[in-house]
Ligand binder design. Sequence first.
Ligand SMILES: *Cc1c(COP(=O)(O)O)cnc(C)c1O
Length: 210
Amino acid sequence: MLDKIAAAATARARPPSDVTLVAVSKQQPWEPVAQVLAAGQTVFGENRVQEAQARWGDHRQGVELRLIGPLQTNKVAEAVALFDVIETLDREKLARALAEEFRKGGKTLRLYVQVNTGEEPQKAGVAPAEADDFIALCRNALGLNLEGLMCIPPADAPPGPHFALLAKIAARNGLSKLSMGMSGDYETAVRFGATSVRVGSALFGARTPA
Ligand SMILES: *Cc1c(COP(=O)(O)O)cnc(C)c1O
């Protein structure tokens, strides 16, 4: 996995250290996760707050946890307590709740705005045409310090144009980090400038839904 990511980065004259592997441990039994952890992997992705608490509560030391699934505002306090990074900031109500929680608790998380590049009705994320305004709102009105953008391209389309669109929106907003690419397309994503790839099944095997 890391060698393929490194090769894709090197092919674009980028140092392999440019790209972070986020190991997506959602819906995995502990054993394969423990193996990857023991092999030195430190960054993990989870898509549900409670499931992540159950899996990582006793193993939190030295691990960077990223929330890559939708966040309900009633779970914001728990999410801020548990995670280091939230990659799914996708609406004003959530942005306001996070800003308020950061103010109250004195802890700030790193944030990615999720962009619905395919404008799929069933998918979360701000529409590409609304991304600039949403980013400005987060930064200027709410004082949030954004780290980058995240997308999940449509399952049935070539991902390249979606990765390119995300990179373009990030560049014109002065954001340098791009979370894009999953098991099936992480090498493509690195070629399009991904700074982190979120890989689950290609690393751990098929998931066992709860
Ligand atoms: C589950 C998930 C992944 C990992 O998917 P794989 O195809 O197993 O690599 C990546 N990103 C998000 C947002 C996910 O929900």
